[in-house]
Design a binder for this molecule. Structure first.
Ligand SMILES: [Cu+2]
Ligand SMILES: [Zn+2]
Length: 181
């Protein structure tokens, strides 16, 4: 028996997909009209270990935050842009308060809110991974990484109620990344 000529149909789909992608993109992997304004940011946990990456992308209509993490307890977690410029584990106090150039209160459900750095909860999957893309305003994209404005991204241990000042009762800071311009 010659095992070398066995047809492997499950390989054809991925191969065709990869070939089509290469042709469609002309060899470039960058999608059109979206340019990275922030290099991939390393996100660390309270032990100081890397658990994933974040990237801010800008486009004509606003921006996107792409977040890919592992080792996050399943369920919802508060996520915010903070104004401090460093992520010192384990407590990440140096990440400072929420990015808030307008002196608002915390949360999209707060009548006096939200902070410009407030974002929706992110949901960690049952396998403890996070793989999500969030829309963010162009004004926030332009503030990312510049001076002492929106310098850090912080994921909290608990869910953000999107209403309670100053941090939505989202609990301790679980992970942090410094956003570079
Ligand atoms: Cu926060
Ligand atoms: Zn806030």
């Amino acid at each position: 028996m010659n095992r070398g000529v066995i047809f492997k149909p499950w390989l054809v789909g991925p191969l065709l997909t990869a070939l089509g992608f290469a042709i469609a993109c002309g060899g470039s992997s960058k999608p059109p009209q979206v340019v990275p304004s922030s290099a991939n940011t390393t996100v660390i946990n309270r032990d100081g270990r890397k658990i994933g990456t974040a990237a801010v992308l800008s486009s004509k209509s606003g921006g996107l935050l792409v977040l890919k993490l592992t080792g996050v307890p399943p369920g919802p977690h508060g996520l915010h842009l903070h104004a401090g410029s460093t992520c010192d584990p384990p407590k990440f106090d140096t990440a400072g308060p929420h990015y808030d150039p307008g002196t608002h209160k915390h949360g999209s459900k707060n009548p006096a809110g939200p902070h410009a750095g407030d974002m929706p909860n992110v949901i960690a999957r049952a396998d403890s991974s996070v793989d999500t893309t969030l829309a963010i305003p162009a004004s926030v994209v332009s503030a990312v990484g510049h001076g002492m404005t929106a310098r850090t991204l912080v994921l909290h241990a608990g869910a953000d109620d999107l209403a309670t000042d100053p941090s939505g009762n989202s609990g301790p800071r679980f992970a942090c990344g410094v956003l570079e311009a």
